[in-house]
Design a protein around this ligand. Structure first.
Ligand code: FMN
Length: 267
């Protein structure tokens, strides 16, 4: 092969590389906005799913705007922050749990002795969602997350107006094995959470996900969920993360405040 044709081949190859990289980077930049929008929409969809609001219309954003009222709370004190006191950069709409948990100012590390959800860090503030129908608050939807077998699972738990009954349960992000731990997405398993009681009479967390099946004749059945078969580790992860988030290090101060505040007119 002559030196001239070698140069031509290299020139053409370089040209193709440059054109391809321009195309790929243009696509990445222009798709980023769409990806972010879809991610936001997916989160909204999951909030609606947890709140059993999917049948309220066909436009998720419209349902969200009509029925949901978001708030940011201080997890440690349980206080709802006034809108003009949200820490810098925090909004309900853009709330990104991972970013907030990892932020040196807005997140904190969890001592390993109390980190039953195995998440290492958590936000100091959290977005929560009140479901309002005909002026009355019907449910409160709380973000939850924790380690399964392969992944950190992110989802929501919805409590009814009595702050005790579970109305909805869903994960919107996880990497568990389809057919095994991935059965956390199984609609009938998610439905099995509905009507169960998260707290006992003394307001201690009573809900538990069993290794096996719930005995429907047991007094404890109202606090128990069937485990996922062949997926003991994911099941244990779900059990732990729910206990963590409903407990003292999670939403307990907030829920206690809601129960105790005599002038609280939302629930
Ligand atoms: C390829 C593969 C994927 C698995 N995925 C999961 C999973 O997502 N969640 C889980 O708990 N167990 C999973 N397991 C099973 C665990 O390794 C472990 O055996 C199981 O959790 C024990 O549950 P059991 O006591 O109900 O049998 C997987 C196993 C294999 C081989």
């Amino acid at each position: 092969m002559s030196a001239e044709s070698k140069q031509k081949i290299i020139g053409v190859a370089l040209g193709v590389c440059i054109v391809c990289s321009i195309l790929v980077s243009t696509a990445a930049v222009s798709l980023n906005a769409i990806q972010q929008r879809n991610k936001k929409l997916d989160k909204i969809k999951n909030i609606l799913q947890a709140g059993n609001l999917m049948d309220k219309g066909s436009n998720f954003k419209e349902i969200y705007d009509k029925y949901i009222e978001g708030a940011i709370i201080n997890l440690e004190t349980g206080e709802e922050l006034p809108k003009d006191e949200y820490p810098d950069g925090l909004t309900v709409e853009e709330f990104d749990i991972k970013k907030v948990a990892n932020s040196p100012e807005l997140g904190k590390s969890i001592p390993s002795s109390s980190d039953i959800a195995q998440i290492k860090r958590m936000p100091k503030y959290m977005s929560v969602y009140f479901v309002r129908e005909e002026g009355e608050i019907k449910e409160i939807i709380l973000p939850i997350y924790g380690k399964g077998l392969w992944s950190t699972m992110y989802g929501f738990i919805a409590l009814g107006a009595d702050l005790r009954t579970i109305e909805g349960f869903t994960f919107y992000e996880h990497g568990e094995t389809p057919g095994l731990g991935g059965e956390v997405d199984n609609p009938s398993w998610k439905k099995s959470w509905q009507g169960k009681k998260a707290f006992g009479e003394d307001w201690n967390v009573k809900i538990e996900v069993l290794k096996g099946r719930v005995d429907p004749t047991s007094d404890k059945a109202k606090y128990q969920i069937d485990g996922l078969s062949g997926s003991t580790l994911t099941t244990r992860g779900v059990d732990n993360l729910v206990k963590f988030w409903l407990g003292n290090n999670g939403y307990s101060p907030f829920l206690e405040r809601l129960r105790e505040e005599s002038n609280y007119d939302k629930i």
